[in-house]
Design a protein. Structure first.
Length: 571
């Protein structure tokens, strides 16, 4: 440690120049962090979970359409649309459809092309109109798609319009995160300066930790950007916030410890400035090093988690590494150059005076530990009791209402429900084609069951493309119940036939044959009536079915079985 510090202090100007040059190179050449987040920073569920499996199936279903993402254009007017408004919207949408191949748009669903969908696309009060569509985002950014839409929709001058859906919400989320980082930096710097002013009562001292931490942040920021771009280092919209919070928090804490110790060492007249610096790092420096390494190991361990949001915090391991290097190279530079001026305008002895407040609090805690614990309990228990541990899965709440995608989403939610812009997809998979009548009935039953859930507004599927069950599948459901009834009737006839056989055998052996024969005649007559009833049931099912071959075949088999049964009994 001593030899290392002597080398650093001897070449202190070279060290400072190296840091400045490195920061300048990284800042100029690093990839844009915002673009990296848009490209690689989206939250993804690890493999093996139901949602990730569903995502894989969805990609397979849309093979050949990679990069296409769905979103919604939202037109809104508080006073309801006029004929002129609707005419302008129709003109703009028609022009977009004419150029959709050039714009790489697809699946444009406009109420002007599909009047039957008016209930789904135009709100009841005619204040909101939505246009679902898809666009290719692989080779371009969201802002490029937004520019195309803005240029086409500028003729709609009397109505507000917004773009919402996953691509635009994700982009606004990234923009919000970037702006949040800037706010965090400003607030953090202001708080740190205030704290350091109170602690050291010096105008110069607060800026030394800030410069050291800023050097660390700019360097770590550039290194992480290159790692993300080059080796797919984990990243998310929260990565920069993590880095700012950790670096400024821990960096300031460590700086206060080092500067406080250096101030005490300077009070010793027997030591030179170099000696005071070396002594500072031999004592407080070890504490900072060991503490920093512990934090470093913790963030490295987080990098082994599966969820990429948590993994992205491994960037803090890079930040801590750079911070420790800066604390042992940049901080000694300022100590050596400024020495006692570092604490200006404090004059006289630089020793810390004993604090009466902390002495009293420490003495109280040691002499009355039970009372100390009770005081801590009184402060913390109310928060523990009132904490409902409520969780929110509303990602939009983190963005803010000032972004257009959120405004559009809220308008759609109020007019149609949230599922219109961000629907939940359920994907069913089977190892055979699901195109038979039985499969259609099963799919309708699934949709009907899901629709009964409290939080479900409506369900759209192959049997209910607009959210309401098609009439054909309502009949098919009834047919299924009638088929079950027919099966029960046929089984009943079989049992009667078996009974008739037994009775016939008993009559052949009985001496009172006339009475038995009369009974047989009545049973046969009843069986004939039952056969006619089953036949009528068969005819009705065939009519309802509209010629379903499977049902017809089963009915014919049932009729043949009844004929054979009657012939066998009469013989």
């Amino acid at each position: 440690m001593q030899q290392f510090l002597k080398v650093i202090l001897k070449g202190k100007w070279f060290v400072l120049g190296f840091w400045i040059a490195m920061i300048a190179i990284l800042t100029i050449t690093k990839p844009d962090f915002g673009d990296l987040i848009r490209e690689k920073g989206q939250l993804e569920v690890p493999e093996g979970y139901l949602s990730s499996k569903a995502a894989e199936l969805y990609e397979d279903l849309n093979e050949g359409e990679e990069g296409y993402r769905n979103f919604v254009i939202v037109f809104h007017d508080e006073d309801s649309f006029s004929d002129q408004d609707l005419s302008q919207m129709e003109t703009a949408l028609n022009h977009i459809q004419e150029n959709q191949e050039d714009y790489q748009f697809s699946d444009i669903i406009s109420v002007f092309d599909y009047p039957d969908l008016e209930e789904r696309l135009l709100s009841e009060d005619h204040t909101t109109l939505i246009v679902p569509l898809s666009a290719q985002f692989n080779e371009r950014e969201v802002k490029d798609v937004r520019e195309i839409l803005n240029s086409e929709l500028k003729i709609v001058d009397s109505v507000d319009y917004y773009y919402t859906g996953s691509p635009f919400i994700d982009d606004d989320n990234i923009t919000s995160a970037q702006e949040g980082v800037q706010k965090t930096e400003g607030i953090t710097i202001a708080i740190i300066i205030l704290i350091l002013l109170i602690v050291f009562r010096s105008i110069v001292t607060p800026f030394i930790p800030l410069v050291t931490v800023i050097f660390s942040y700019l360097t770590a920021h550039g290194v992480v950007a290159f790692l993300v771009d080059g080796v797919n280092f984990p990243i998310s919209t929260f990565t920069q916030n993590f880095m700012v919070s950790i670096l400024f928090g821990i960096g300031t804490d460590y700086s206060i410890l080092l500067l406080s110790r250096f101030k005490e060492e300077l009070a010793n007249d027997e030591q030179t400035v170099t000696g005071a610096i070396i002594r500072t790092y031999q004592t407080a420096g070890k504490t900072v090093l060991y503490s920093g390494l512990a934090v470093l190991v913790g963030f490295v361990a987080v990098g082994f988690s599966e969820f990429n949001l948590y993994r992205s915090s491994v960037a803090n391991a890079v930040s801590i590494t750079v911070l420790l290097i800066a604390l042992f190279t940049v901080m000694p530079f300022f100590m050596a150059v400024l020495n006692k001026k570092l604490f200006w305008p404090v004059r006289g002895s630089l020793e810390h005076n004993e604090s009466r407040l902390w002495k009293k609090l420490g003495t109280f805690s040691l002499t009355r530990p039970i009372w100390s614990l009770l005081i801590v309990a009184l402060v913390t228990l109310p928060f523990l009791v009132t904490n409902g541990n409520l969780r929110s899965y509303d990602a939009l709440a983190e963005i803010g209402d000032e972004y257009d995608s959120v405004k559009g989403f809220n308008i759609v939610e109020e007019a149609f429900g949230p599922g219109e812009s961000l629907p939940t997809n359920i994907i069913l998979q089977k190892n055979e084609a699901m195109d038979t009548d039985a499969h259609m009935i099963a799919l309708e039953n699934i949709a009907s069951t899901i629709e009964k859930l409290d939080e479900v507004e409506s369900v759209r599927s192959v049997t209910r493309p607009l959210g309401e069950t098609l009439e054909e599948f309502q009949v098919a459901s009834q047919l299924e119940e009638l088929n079950e009834g027919l099966d029960q009737a046929v089984n009943g006839v079989d049992e009667i036939g078996q009974g008739l056989d037994e009775t016939s055998q008993q009559i052949a052996e009985s001496s009172s044959g006339n009475e038995g024969i009369d009974e047989i005649d009545r049973l046969i007559s009843g069986t004939n009536d039952l056969q006619k009833g089953v036949q009528e049931l068969e005819d009705n099912i065939v009519k309802l079915n509209g010629g379903l071959e499977t049902v017809t075949f089963e009915m014919e088999e049932a009729g043949e079985s009844l004929d054979e049964l009657v012939k066998g009994v009469t013989n």
